[in-house]
Design a protein around this ligand. Structure first.
Ligand SMILES: [Zn+2]
Length: 115
């Protein structure tokens, strides 16, 4: 059984490039109309446009891109609680928590692997 089938690379060039693109996207009229609606993508509550931040659904550090399909308006609270997790990992984390409460894990898992 191989343990490294998920290739997690920390690509600084990718991160730098996508951060620059994110800055440009923030200036776009598309994004401005997005935050003008004032709705946080995660909690669905309404905020002032100045209180919403651009959040990458798939984090840039995990290979996500600064494109319209990958950025959503997020309030500060949701942005903080999400951190660097992908949506799938947030679900997995919830499941893992529920699982741990039921029983002790048979195998200790080390490292950065998400599965
Ligand atoms: Zn929120």
């Amino acid at each position: 059984m191989t343990k490294d089938w998920i290739d997690i690379q920390k690509d600084d060039k990718h991160v730098a490039r996508e951060r620059t693109k994110a800055r440009e996207l923030r200036q776009s009229s598309w994004w401005k109309s997005c935050i003008a609606r004032g709705i946080c993508h995660y909690c669905g509550k309404t905020f002032k446009s100045s209180e919403l931040t651009m959040d990458h659904v798939i984090p840039v550090a995990r290979g996500g891109k600064s494109v319209r399909s990958n950025v959503v308006p997020s309030c500060a609270k949701c942005n903080k609680s999400k951190r660097h997790f992908t949506p799938a990992e947030m679900i997995l984390a919830e499941m893992e928590k529920a699982e741990k409460e039921k029983s002790q894990p048979a195998v200790e898992v080390n490292g950065n692997e998400s599965c």
